[in-house]
Design a protein around this ligand. Structure first.
Ligand code: GTP
Ligand code: MG
Length: 238
């Protein structure tokens, strides 16, 4: 018989761990309650993202039938992980509480949009802001004012009205809008340098910033080409 006899004795003195002994009963309630609150909150942020995403998909479809080109190249989104929300609160010096999570962190829900041309970025932003269930909280124009490292993008923090079973809520959503070219740079720079936890050497930093400048110049040249083409729809009437 090839079966090996299972040695039961080894296991006999190993008692199973009662997980509830890890936390006192009062704590157990708190843990359970907190994680439920957190879950509910995450659902709200997901709803905020869905809301924006739906608006963008409607625009997308509208452009497809009305215009011969689309100012939106791609849409992606994410909800920030609870661990990194807590880490961010701590980094900013706020006590890690549910209240602070909701009032101090505005990028729990994030949507990223890429556009073919620079002008498309402002068109898409203006359309979104013209919707009366969207309110602008903060705008950072890293295109007009690029970051020191060369990063370019238009950042909006908006809040969207979302209806739930018992109440209407305003959900903050961070929207990053950039050209395909800016996104290429940001994606690679993110992997190599942004918050990688080490100081990058000056010559690499400068090299990356130079790349960003080359890309920005190319974006501007492409824009100028588009602007002189009669086929390119420049009236911001999207
Ligand atoms: P964070 O603490 O990073 O969220 O910065 P912030 O709250 O001051 O907001 P900011 O608008 O500067 O940046 C928000 C987001 O934009 C970041 O979380 C990144 O996703 C992106 N971002 C900002 N700066 C850079 C950058 O230098 N490189 C890359 N790759 N992404 C950036
Ligand atoms: Mg942020």
């Amino acid at each position: 018989d090839e079966y090996i006899e299972y040695d039961n004795k080894q296991n006999e003195d190993q008692t199973d761990t009662d997980l509830t002994t890890l936390v006192s009963f009062t704590n157990y309630d708190v843990v359970l309650n907190t994680s439920m609150q957190l879950q509910q909150l995450m659902v709200m942020y997901e709803a905020g993202i869905d809301h924006i995403q739906t608006k963008l998909e409607i625009l997308n479809k509208e452009f497809e039938v009305k215009k011969n080109r689309n100012p939106i190249a791609s849409i992606s989104s994410r909800v920030k992980e609870p661990m990194s929300i807590m880490e961010k609160l701590q980094r900013k010096g706020y006590p890690v509480t549910m209240e602070n999570l909701m009032t101090k962190i505005f990028d729990i829900a994030g949507v990223r949009i890429t556009c073919p041309f620079i002008s498309d970025i402002y068109d898409v932003a203006n359309i979104l802001l013209s919707h009366d269930d969207i309110h602008l909280i903060e705008l950072k124009d890293y295109i007009k004012y690029p970051k020191e490292n060369g990063y370019r993008s238009l950042h909006l923090v908006v809040d969207v009205e979302v209806f739930f079973s018992e109440q209407k809520k305003r959900i903050p959503v961070e929207i990053q809008i950039r050209t395909i070219a800016m996104d290429f740079w940001a994606a690679l720079e993110h992997q190599m340098a942004y918050k990688q936890g080490f100081e990058i050497p000056a010559e690499i930093y400068n090299e990356l910033r130079d790349c960003a400048t080359v890309i920005a110049n190319t974006d501007e040249r492409m824009q100028r080409i588009a602007n002189i083409l009669p086929s390119f729809d420049k009236d911001a009437s999207y």
